[in-house]
Design a protein around this ligand. Structure first.
Ligand SMILES: [Zn+2]
Length: 349
C-alpha cells in the first residue's frame, strides 16, 4: 500500500470513534517494531519523525525505511508525518521527500523555543496549509504551548504555562484550515511530565472537552501522551539506570480524550523506555555479549509490546482493513473542490 493521507486516516478514526497512535521513529528497529505491532493488531498507524530524527537518520535513510515498511505491509494504512515542523521550509522539505502529513508548530518561533504570537502562528500555519493541501498532504497545527523539551524542541517549563484557550482554538481552526489541531492541556514532552499521578489541577481534560464542544468535527491531537508506566521505569532502574520517579498521562485519561474528539495520540517516551530497559537488561545479565543483535532484538520486541498495547487501548486495533487508501492526488482534488472541507463546524457557546 502506498503511504496514506493522514487526513483520511483521521477521518476514518472519527467515523469509527477511535484514536490512532502516532509513534516516533529514528531507526530501522523502531519502524519494524511499529509494523510488527500494527500487523499483529490489524491497525492503521501514523509513523512520525521529528526534525532531530530526520537529522539523526539523514532523512533519506529514514524515508526509504518507511517506504520499505509500506511495501512489506500492503494491508496496513500508514501515514508518514513530520512531527513539530518549526518553519515553512521544514514542512516543505518533508513534503518534497514524500511525507503524507506535516505538523506546522507555529506556537513557537522558528528557533523551536520562543513562544510566538497568535497572528504569527496563524500566518505561518496558513502558508503551510496552502502549500500542503495543493499536494494532498495533511496539516496539523498547534495552538497553546506544550511544556518540556524534546529533541531540542520546546518552550521548556510547565505544561500549565500556556493552556489552549477554546475561543482561540476556534479562530485558529477557522483561519488556518488545518486538518488536525494539537492543543495544550497541561502535558509536557519527555519523561518528566507530572510529579504525581495527574488530576484535574494539572491535566486539563475539561479544557479539551470544552474545545471539542466548540469544534465537534475537528480532529484533536494529544502531544506528550506517553503514560510512562512504572514497570518500564523499574526495568531501566533495576539494570543500572537512574530515572527519577515520574508520572505520565494515564491511559484512561487518553481514552476520555478519544471519547471527546482526540484522533491522534503522540507516544515516544514509553517506547524509548522499553528499548532502553531491554538493552540494559541484556548487557547487565550477560556482560560477555557484544553482538548488537543480542540486545536490539529484545529491544525491538519490547517496543512492539508497548505499541501493540497502545493500539488496543486507543481502539485502532482491528481497523486496518476498514478502507481502501485514497490516492494522494485525489485528496488534493478534494481540498481544491471543497469536498474535503477544512472549514470547521463551530458550535455555539
Ligand atoms: Zn509533540
Amino acid at each position: 500500500m502506498p503511504l496514506v493521507s493522514m487526513r483520511q486516516l483521521l477521518d476514518e478514526a472519527a467515523k469509527g470513534g477511535y484514536g490512532v497512535g502516532a509513534f516516533n521513529v529514528n531507526d530501522m528497529e523502531q519502524i519494524q517494531a511499529i509494523m510488527m505491532a500494527a500487523k499483529e493488531t490489524k491497525s492503521p498507524v501514523i509513523v512520525q519523525a521529528s526534525r532531530g530524527a530526520r537529522q539523526f537518520a539523514e532523512d533519506l535513510y529514514l524515508f526509504r525505511l518507511i517506504q520499505a515498511a509500506a511495501e512489506l505491509n500492503p494491508e496496513i494504512p500508514i501515514a508518514m508525518h513530520q512531527d513539530h515542523g518549526n518553519s515553512f521550509e521544514t514542512c516543505k522539505s518533508a513534503i518534497e521527500l514524500g511525507y503524507t502529513s506535516v505538523m506546522m508548530d507555529g506556537s513557537l518561533q522558528a528557533d523551536g523555543k520562543t513562544p510566538s504570537s497568535f497572528e504569527e502562528n496563524v500566518e505561518v500555519t496558513r502558508k503551510v496549509v496552502d502549500y500542503a493541501h495543493e499536494r494532498g498532504v495533511t496539516v496539523e497545527g498547534e495552538i497553546g504551548v506544550l511544556g518540556g523539551v524534546e529533541d531540542g524542541h520546546g518552550a521548556g517549563g510547565s505544561g500549565l504555562d500556556h493552556i489552549t484557550d477554546p475561543d482561540q482554538a476556534v479562530e485558529f481552526a477557522e483561519r488556518t484550515g488545518v486538518d488536525a489541531l494539537a492543543i495544550a492541556i497541561g502535558t509536557s514532552h519527555g519523561a518528566y511530565k507530572f510529579t504525581k499521578k495527574p488530576d484535574g489541577s494539572v491535566l486539563k481534560m475539561d479544557v479539551l472537552i470544552a474545545i471539542h464542544k466548540r469544534l465537534p468535527n475537528t480532529h484533536l491531537v494529544m502531544h506528550g501522551s506517553s503514560s510512562v508506566p512504572k514497570d518500564l521505569q523499574d526495568i531501566v532502574n533495576k539494570y543500572g539506570g537512574n530515572l527519577k520517579e515520574t508520572w505520565g498521562v494515564p491511559v484512561e485519561e487518553i481514552q476520555l480524550g478519544i471519547r471527546n474528539g482526540v484522533r491522534k495520540v503522540n507516544v515516544d517516551t514509553d517506547n524509548r523506555l522499553a528499548i532502553t530497559g531491554a538493552i540494559r537488561k541484556v548487557l547487565w545479565e550477560t556482560p560477555e555479549k557484544f553482538d548488537p543483535r543480542d540486545y536490539m532484538k529484545p529491544a525491538r520486541e519490547a517496543m512492539k509490546k508497548v505499541v501493540a498495547q497502545r493500539m488496543v487501548e486507543f481502539g485502532q486495533a482491528g481497523h486496518g482493513g476498514d478502507y481502501a487508501p485514497i490516492d494522494i492526488k485525489e485528496i488534493a482534488k478534494g481540498y481544491a473542490n471543497g469536498t474535503l472541507t477544512t472549514q470547521p463546524l463551530v458550535a455555539a457557546k
